[in-house]
Design a protein around this ligand. Sequence first.
Ligand SMILES: CSC[C@H]1O[C@@H](n2cnc3c(O)ncnc32)[C@H](O)[C@@H]1O
Ligand SMILES: [Zn+2]
Length: 430
Amino acid sequence: MKRLFTNASILTMTSREVLRNQSMAVEGDRITYIGDQPPRAAEYDEVIDMSGKLLMPGWVNTHGHAAMTLLRGYADDLPLQTWLEEKMWPMEARFGDEQVYWGTALAVLEMIKGGTTCFADMYDHMDQVAKVVKESGIRARLCRGSIGLGSEEEQQAKWEESVRFAKDWHRQADGRITTMMAPHAPYTCPPAYIERFVASAKELDLPIHTHMSETQKEVDWNVKEYGVRPVEHLRRLGVFDLPCLVAHAVHLTDEELDILAEYDVKISHNPGSNLKLGSGIARVPEMLQKGIRPSLGTDGAASNNNLDMLEEVQLAALIHKGASRNPEAVPAFTALQMGTVFGAEALFLEKEIGTLEPGKKADFITVDLSGPHMQPQHDLVSLLAYSASRDDVQDVYVNGDPVMRNRECLTLDEEKIRYQAQVVFDQIRG
Ligand SMILES: CSC[C@H]1O[C@@H](n2cnc3c(O)ncnc32)[C@H](O)[C@@H]1O
Ligand SMILES: [Zn+2]
């Protein structure tokens, strides 16, 4: 299929400049041309007028637990450990394939409607998650998250399933699915268990994804248990010798920031979840100063309580200014980079996605510029970072194919998903 998008404003995210009155050509799953001298329209199967719309890369959500949409609003206003141990884990123990399938479908629908074209997911029953990704047309980096607090037999079974899932689904769904290995966190996985994941990730040539330094309590526990803070602990276990993505990274010293920069550890900053659980505010301005390029994640909808990446971009642009009393802490364009190109880097997909350039995969969104909150239009980067709303996203394309047009999701049955999500939640609510 050859498509030509005409009369567009384009923010390629290769620079802060917005190109006006441009055309973008897409052939199959890749961008073939961006400019103002497009090949003849007659050569295309479809020519789409993009007047009044901004084209930009889709959001890349680098950390989450999609099926936790079913637990949205189930337990609010609690700190992490109480929320996990007393509320989330007992409910998740009741989740079966049906809950994960419909909870993930609800999440993917919400993400597509908000302009997310790629997301990372760490959960259980991951075949169901992969099935939804395959059916929905979205792109995803998936991993079976393993909590190693059970018996040796339970640990072994989870590890085997992680390996089996990572092998079965890597590069599936026309290459839209890639995988990772995921020990859940240093406080839920004994050191030898984490080392097993490191060995498999190395053997399979896959990245490692884990939670790290989310709360002060976690850091204190790590020091008491192992004599070192989580960063040094994971470094000694060899986690940073491989491509690695850590979620949260809230409580870091200057030395730890240096270690993460030295090992090129990717960070998923989750401002919404960190604020809601009262975990703290990550040191994003210092990360940027040290050359770290933090990405953005929503975390699960039970700790956010939505999957709106534009909101994370806007939180990233705002909270660090307030926390550091410096309005230059995270500029508007940097916040947009965090939501797009830094996200692609965090998922080790930067050769394929994150910017709009000839040769890259055609993963992009269009943003309606007609709303009163989007006027006047002297700086579209500023409007996106501080004024836009998720409902302004009009169209979503992944791998060159339309997934949403004029706010109608083309690949998922919205009404059925809303209904089934309630049904499968009612089955486990007790
Ligand atoms: C074993 S699958 C993933 C596991 O992670 C839990 N989870 C959700 N949000 C967080 C968070 O902010 N920190 C740590 N763990 C989290 C989720 O409930 C699943 O059990
Ligand atoms: Zn998480």
